[in-house]
Design a protein around this ligand. Structure first.
Ligand code: NAD
Length: 602
């Protein structure tokens, strides 16, 4: 064993002055470096001499890379390496105050190790497992000190990810969990408390969503590119779910889901069959060069086309010059702005001339803001504004090539509007609904020309959000879908194509995840703040689920969840009772000052 620097920090007041890390692979090496960076002595232990040599090389390479990236100076690296000793004798763990296990994810392997450590280490030593999906309780039960056993779940890559889930079993002493949280903080990490259940907070919420995305792809509801683009552009997520599955490893994801299903018996956790097929075929994701996507080489992040994949010839769309927008709310105004900025003639029809004029003033203000922010020139603003004609009569849409409705989210209102448009609009005009939760086909059948009706689901605020879900019904003509796709390109939006079912792509994947978060809270598994922090730091999400629910509105969220449940009848999609109670109590989120958080007091 290489001797660690004798000038260890055992005299400091830091929790756990000496830490052993057992297993120095992907996670263990990262954890060892993070601990040494806090000035602590690290006893690194591998399975054998060859493993120890590989581990040392891994740590040296990782720290050299950190120097190249200027995350560390050369001097700091030297000092840090002096604090890390690496050997192959488990007995060395006897000198540690805390032992962190980071060996492969197999229960028997981990239980055997903990039984050994229990014999080797003095009674005060805390034993932590780095498991992702195994039961911490079962691992603790292999020792005679379950009160001093817990989970410390770091995220990969350890140097970049600030989150650590501190997992308490029913037997873990409160003080031990607190010390472990303090230890995580002393590494510059953010600890969140979690109980012992498969997936803990982050993976528990993340993997259910990834599984639904895999199932959505498997059912051919949308392409892999469209599913990924929808979640990136519609929710601001750093990666699409299928690309993320490839990064995590399809095999790892399947293992985590199996463990979750084992505990929850929730069908939404049962690994999508496609995951099993990919694993059986050895298509494990980036690490093998192919998973949902094909990569340039194993380990590469560069996606390449599959050999033999050609582009499919598309039907040409219909010509669109004049656009009609029905409605005077946020979406209608935003959509009118998008079209006017792209040079289309826009007739904005509201229920009265006054409302239409007000919508145009709103649009003018939005354009002026864009000029202030330097996104638009004065000439462009004037040109766009001149293209918008506010009107109070639907008959003004007689010559429009494309009409989009963004009126109230009420099927009766929309059907009546479509029936009127059917009488007014010229033959061949494309009629689009922007509904987010109603069936497009129900709008289509209110007309005598259902082939010309399509869904165009914009996101709020329409001028800023790049995504449009293009929804074709079973009756939509191919050249109508093509028209809308071409129009999206002209207005510089990113279209994704999907069928006419509840939630389309984004809401069908987003809202079950939000509902799972509410259920997690309801079960007192973790707090609002811990869940939000965990998802932001563990997954790089722009907002935590409760922040998002409060912004979207709890009533709006509940409606979407009910629609999803009604459509798929999946028990796991039933809205969490806590959400129903909050809505019943008038706690609707930011708009009423209170939702999951109290905004009035802030
Ligand atoms: N990779 C990730 O993204 C990630 C993220 C969070 C948590 N985890 C969890 O962290 C743990 C480690 O995962 P990993 O990805 O680092 O695995 P890995 O395969 O990269 O590393 C495991 C290391 O343990 C060593 N080892 C095996 N048996 C040993 C023993 N008896 N004594 C000492 N060393 C032994 C191996 O030689 C190897 O170096 C697992 O429980 C995993 O679920 C992984």
């Amino acid at each position: 064993m290489q001797a660690p620097d004798s000038a260890s920090s055992s005299t400091t007041a830091q929790p756990f002055p000496t830490v052993a890390v057992v297993g120095l692979g992907t996670m263990g090496a990262g954890v060892a470096v993070a601990i040494a960076r806090s000035g602590r002595r690290v006893i690194g232990i591998e399975a054998n001499a060859a493993g120890a040599a590989r581990a040392l090389a891994r740590i040296e390479a990782a720290t050299a890379h950190a120097v190249e990236r200027e995350r560390l100076t050369a001097e700091e690296r030297t000092a840090l390496l002096a604090l890390i000793g690496v050997g192959a004798q488990l007995d060395a763990a006897a000198a540690a105050d805390l032992v962190i296990e980071e060996i492969p994810e197999q229960l028997e392997l981990k239980r055997d190790l903990f039984a050994e450590l229990d014999k080797i280490c003095p009674p005060h030593t805390v034993l932590a497992t780095g498991t992702t999906s195994l039961s911490v309780t079962r691992i603790a039960a292999a020792t005679g000190r379950p009160d001093r056993v817990l989970g410390l779940h770091f995220f990969n890559p350890v140097h970049a990810m600030k989150l650590v889930e501190v997992v308490r079993t029913v037997l873990t002493a409160g003080q031990v969990a607190e010390e472990a949280a303090g230890f995580a903080r002393s590494l510059g990490k953010e600890p969140v408390a979690a109980g012992d259940r498969a997936g803990f907070v982050v993976n528990g919420l993340l993997f259910a969503y990834l599984n639904q995305a895999a199932a959505m792809y498997e059912s051919k509801y949308a392409t892999r590119e469209d599913i990924d683009a929808a979640m990136r552009l519609g929710c601001g997520l750093p990666m699409g779910p299928l690309a993320l599955l490839d990064l995590i490893g399809v095999d790892t994801a399947r293992t985590v889901l199996e463990a979750m299903y084992e505990q929850s018996r929730d069908r939404l956790h049962a690994p999508a069959p496609i995951l099993g097929q990919l694993v059986a075929a050895g298509l494990l994701g980036r690490k093998t060069g192919r998973g949902f996507y094909t990569y340039e080489a194993p380990g590469s992040s560069k996606v390449v086309a599959e050999p033999g994949a050609g582009t499919v010839a598309r039907t040409a769309g219909r010509a669109v010059e004049r656009v009609g927008v029905c409605g005077s709310g946020t979406m209608a105004t935003g959509i009118a702005e998008v079209f006017a900025k792209a040079g289309y003639q826009v007739t904005l029809v509201a229920r009265s001339q006054e409302k239409a004029d007000r919508a145009k003033s709103q649009l003018a203000r939005s354009l002026a803001r864009s000029v202030e922010k330097g996104r638009l020139t004065e000439e462009q603003r004037e040109a766009a504004l001149a293209l918008v004609t506010p009107a109070a009569q639907l008959t003004d849409l007689a010559e429009a090539d494309l009409v989009l409705e963004a009126v109230a989210e009420d099927l009766a209102v929309k059907r009546e509007l479509f029936a009127t448009l059917d009488k007014i609009c010229r033959p061949g005009a494309v009629l689009a609904t922007t509904t987010s939760s109603l069936p497009v086909i129900s709008c289509a059948t209110a007309t005598g020309r259902p082939r010309d009706v399509v869904g165009m689901h914009f996101f709020n605020p329409a001028p800023a959000m790049k995504l449009v879900e293009v929804v074709s019904t079973v009756l939509t003509a191919p050249d109508v879908t093509a028209t809308v796709l071409e129009v999206c390109a002209r207005v510089r939006k990113h279209p994704v194509e999907c069928g006419d079912r509840a939630g389309f792509i984004v809401n069908a994947l987003l809202f079950p995840y939000l509902n799972d978060a509410v259920r997690m809270l309801e079960e007192h598994y973790a707090t609002v703040d811990d869940i939000d922090t965990a998802m932001k730091l563990g997954c790089g999400y722009p907002m935590g689920p409760f922040e998002l629910l409060d912004v979207v509105g709890l009533d709006v969220s509940l409606t979407i969840e009910r629609v999803l449940h009604q459509e798929f009848r999946e028990p796991g999609l039933a809205a969490a009772p806590l959400l129903e109670h909050l809505v019943a109590a008038g706690c609707l989120g930011r708009k009423t000052g209170r939702g999951f958080r109290d905004h009035a007091r802030r």
